[in-house]
Write a new protein. Structure first.
Length: 361
């Protein structure tokens, strides 16, 4: 379980999945490759694989939302034009996007190519954040081998969080950040569905940090230095087994911004804030001879979709805070140090304001 159980934090009212992670969505796998070398390299890559089958020939319905477009992600236009994702999703450092995309293309061709349906065009999906405060970003230390390691090592088990993979060099609210994840269960027609979130937060100034409605950042000592805290980014990936159309997934992705705001984000002008959402239900075949598709999807004219919106908001808020709670202090490029969130002090502040779960609650 995640930080809700471990620390007594409760983000909303919906129950989390068994692992409180995006991998609670059946079939979804996550892998990391962490790249640490010498005193200046602190980076990595994280892979999210929507299902274990042939993703190119059995695409997942998807949508992407750009909350603020100061970013260099790859693959967003085709996601929104065709409403599908046909490759795993990679997260990495800003200047490693091109190399990661090239390696992803090679990996997809190797694993998904078919003799009677050779791959001649595909849309690699790569998101990024700038880790240059702790990492020598110009070295572009993420290699093809690191991408392959993240993809080949992807698992549907518990997700490692904090200083791992793409989160190795990231910072948020003036503290060390990293990878964070969470999930929520929602029920429709007597069946439970899962909505999972994986976040890569790399944004915000210390005074903006808010946890469970408490202005934690203003209650902690100010930063000794504040290196462009308004020029960060966040990538949020939402996965679900709830049958949703491209349009409905876009509606979910928009709600991620509400969860983001609950942590104190202001969507600064220099921040690249991107959300990618996919559903593992109603896979879309690649073969062109399929003229008509039949599918079941949630009737969003019924207000039941509000539960899915709530799940996204809660899981996004928790995933961002979880990235902070799982991170440890890191020293990197040019001796820069990013300290971990002082968890004991934060819990004390939350407890004093009645924001923690009490025994028996």
């Amino acid at each position: 379980m995640g930080i809700q159980e471990n620390y007594g934090l409760r983000f909303g009212t919906l129950p989390p999945g068994e692992k409180d992670a995006i991998t609670d969505v059946p079939g979804v796998a996550v892998g990391h490759a962490t790249v640490i070398a010498g005193s200046d390299i602190r980076t990595g890559v994280t892979a999210i694989i929507p299902h274990p089958g042939d993703l190119f020939h059995e695409k997942v319905q998807a949508a992407a939302v750009v909350l603020n477009g100061f970013g260099k992600s790859i693959g967003i236009p085709q996601i929104n034009e065709l409403g599908t994702i046909e490759t795993p999703i990679l997260l990495t450092s800003t200047l490693s996007v091109g190399r990661a995309a090239d390696a992803l293309i090679t990996w997809v061709i190797k694993h998904y190519d078919q003799p009677d349906s050779p791959i001649r065009s595909l849309n690699p999906v790569v998101g990024e954040c700038n880790d240059s405060y702790l990492n020598d970003i110009r070295a572009r230390a993420v290699t093809e081998e690191h991408v392959y390691a993240a993809l080949d090592g992807a698992s549907d088990g518990p997700v490692r969080e904090g200083v791992v993979g793409a989160g190795t060099g990231m910072s948020a609210f003036g503290f060390k950040s990293g990878i964070g994840t969470a999930s929520r269960l929602v029920e429709y027609a007597g069946r439970a569905y899962t909505i999972g979130v994986l976040a890569l937060p790399n944004f915000g100034r210390r005074e903006e940090l808010t946890i469970l409605g408490v202005p934690i950042g203003r209650l902690l000592p100010p930063e000794s230095d504040a290196p462009e805290g308004d020029k960060g980014s966040i990538i949020i990936v939402i996965g679900t087994d709830l049958p949703l159309s491209h349009r409905e997934l876009r509606r979910l992705a928009v709600r991620a911004g509400l969860g983001l705001a609950r942590t104190g984000s202001r969507g600064h002008s220099g921040s690249g804030d991107f959300v990618i959402a996919f559903s593992t239900a109603n896979r879309v075949p690649h073969h062109e001879e399929t003229i008509f598709l039949q599918e079941t999807r949630l009737n969003d004219a019924h207000r039941g979709i509000d539960r899915a919106f709530q799940a996204v908001i809660e899981a996004v808020e928790e995933a961002i805070v979880s990235a902070l709670f799982h991170a440890h202090s890191v020293t990197g490029r040019d001796g820069h140090t990013r300290e971990a969130l002082p968890i004991a002090r934060v819990l004390e502040l939350l407890r004093s304001r009645g924001a923690l779960i009490q025994p028996g609650d």
